[in-house]
Design a protein around this ligand. Structure first.
Ligand SMILES: Cc1cc2nc3c(=O)[nH]c(=O)nc-3n(C[C@H](O)[C@H](O)[C@H](O)COP(=O)(O)O)c2cc1C
Length: 333
């Protein structure tokens, strides 16, 4: 089928758009809040922020929510591309303060590439794996190049932290964690989304690992409480730290950063790399500045991704997901 060919029955298109909204529920999100809503309207899906799933302490600027919504947008697009649809994506975060973020419209049919299939298949296999990297080798240069290319396709950049800079990253993360842990509102929000998490959301103790010695600490969700995932015997010596960055730091850049995060993570999953996110260091303005100073071209850091070869014997437990009916509104035809 040629790009832009008529797509046939509208009911078929709407079925695909429903499948895209459903696949978006598997996207990564800050504290697994899944802070998005979809509206099915004709041959379009409209993406909005969900005002009931925002985080006032951890995410004061709203950046993490926008990145999460961008990841959901990318998951939806990947799902439609793998079903042979061509799309127009109208990103509207400049229209803020309104909740509408993007409109995805099916414009016709398009050939399905092997990359489309690979990315769509990775959606159900992607997880946050917070356990230390156990492998005794790093991700290869080819693998890192594939992750960089995935970021670039979404108009983002990916900077690999060099060995000499790693202690600076480690120190910045420690400083950010100290600042956040000292804030009672942060601690309350963390408890609300871990210990007392809502149905279909939040981070379960089964996916958390107890703190272990590592060059760069991961977020301590449990703060001394229960953790359910055996960390194994790795120490992250062979982990790589990648800063996902955008040219500027507008709402549009943040949405794009979410699309880039999704593209990089699905690529990592397809290539057998483990991955998790470190966002505390970019949530605190002073440490975000430190990370920015490590990047070329005045790039704006949006998230830090930790990756390495998958060497754990079993995958981490799946995260909880909201029901589609909770997030999708449908306009009648
Ligand atoms: C914007 C954003 C920030 C995140 N920050 C962190 C973090 O600081 N530490 C962490 O371990 N995971 C972080 N995550 C991962 C989420 O906790 C994870 O995606 C969510 O719990 C769902 O689990 P899953 O990735 O296994 O599907 C972040 C994800 C996003 C999109």
């Amino acid at each position: 089928m040629a790009d832009g060919e008529p797509f046939g029955e509208l009911s078929e298109v709407r079925k695909a758009l429903r499948a895209a909204a459903s696949a978006s529920m598997y996207a990564p999100s800050i504290l697994n809040t899944q802070p998005w809503r979809w509206r099915l309207h004709g041959a379009s899906l409209e993406l909005s922020r969900d005002p009931d799933r925002t985080l006032n302490a951890i995410d004061r600027t709203g950046a993490m929510t926008l990145i999460s919504c961008g990841a959901a947008l990318h998951h939806a697009g990947v799902t439609l591309a793998a079903r042979g649809y061509s799309l127009a994506v109208d990103r509207q975060p400049a229209a803020a303060p309104g909740p509408l973020l993007a409109i995805v419209t099916v414009t016709g049919s398009a050939p399905v590439s092997s990359l489309d299939v690979e990315m769509a298949q990775a959606i159900r296999h992607r997880h946050s794996d917070r356990r230390p990297i156990v492998a005794d080798n790093r991700a290869s240069d080819n693998e890192i190049a594939a992750l960089e290319a995935a970021a670039v396709r979404e108009e983002c950049a990916l900077f690999r932290i060099g060995d000499a800079e790693r202690p600076h990253l480690g120190a910045a993360v420690d400083e950010a964690q100290h600042a956040e842990q000292g804030d009672p509102a942060y601690r309350r929000e963390l408890v609300a989304w871990t210990v007392r998490r809502p149905h279909g959301g939040g981070v379960s103790f089964e996916s958390l690992v107890a703190p272990t010695p590592r060059p760069v600490a991961v977020r301590d969700f449990a703060a001394g409480g229960e953790t359910g995932l055996f960390p194994g015997f790795g120490d992250d010596r062979f982990a790589d730290y990648l800063v996902l960055a955008t040219p500027r730091d507008t709402a549009g850049d943040r949405l794009r950063a979410g699309e880039g995060t999704s593209a990089v993570w699905l690529t990592a999953t397809a290539r057998g790399l483990a991955m998790s996110v470190l966002s505390d260091v970019v949530e605190v303005p002073a440490t975000r500045q430190l990370i920015a100073s490590l990047l070329a071209d005045r790039a704006q850091p949006q998230l830090v991704l930790r990756t390495g070869p998958q060497g754990q014997p079993v995958p981490p437990p799946p995260a909880a997901h909201r029901d589609l009916a909770e997030v999708l509104d449908e306009d009648p035809l």
